[in-house]
Design a protein around this ligand. Structure first.
Ligand code: K1U
Ligand code: ZN
Length: 185
């Protein structure tokens, strides 16, 4: 398995529409395994293919120690509304409150190409919606009020120099920092 580079805000792939997966192959399964490894290393609970520079319509999720992939996902039910804080591995250190459906049912294919449905509430519902948005070129900052979005973008302007070519490399230094912060809690 390998760690993948993460594309950050400004990289055009984050704004592109993804392509549905016609058939799930061993190459997709290798990509999925690499995405899980990258997500865990970056301390995320989800990661969508555009974030690693790919245009396949798939994302990996692990909110409650229950890892799964969603391929060609569709939200078939969305109900309720709730505001909550979100972050994004492609916009590090920027957070904002986003209103989302409080319960969703998502239909997708699994890593073997078999259809399944997953129901999400609370953080899983939020993560499913955040990842599915990535697959359609949408980012959580798009939902912020003009004022909050402007503040987020100003902060990003001061940080984006840390990401040459709009790529976040999970260097040994960043990994040590991410994992060290957790141990210190
Ligand atoms: O897609 C991504 O950028 C991953 C993102 C998913 C996400 C976070 C928060 C709410 C909805 C979706 C992250 O995992 S960012 C890391 C993070 O903020 C977080 C990690 C663990 C628990 C809660 C948030
Ligand atoms: Zn994200």
């Amino acid at each position: 398995m390998s760690l993948l580079d993460i594309h950050v805000l400004g990289s055009p792939v984050l704004r592109a529409e993804t392509r549905p997966v016609a058939e799930v192959t061993d190459e997709h399964r290798r990509l999925i395994d690499d995405m899980f490894e990258t997500m865990y290393t970056a301390k995320g609970i989800g990661l969508a293919a555009p974030q690693v520079g790919r245009e396949e319509r798939l994302a990996v999720i692990d909110v409650d120690d229950d890892p799964f992939v969603i391929i060609n996902p569709e939200i078939v039910l969305a109900e309720g509304k709730i505001k909550g804080e979100e972050g994004c591995l492609s916009i590090p250190d920027i957070y904002g409150d986003v209103e989302r459906a409080s319960r969703v049912i998502v239909r997708a294919l699994d890593r073997h190409g078999r259809p399944f449905e997953v129901e999400g509430t609370e953080l899983l519902a939020r993560c499913l919606q955040h990842e599915i948005d990535h697959l359609h070129g949408k980012l959580f900052i798009d939902y912020l009020s003009m004022l909050k979005r402007r503040a987020a973008l100003l902060k990003w302007e001061s940080m984006k120099g840390d990401f040459p070519s709009l790529i976040r490399k999970l260097s040994a230094e960043e990994i040590a920092k991410l994992h060290g912060e957790e141990e210190a809690l």
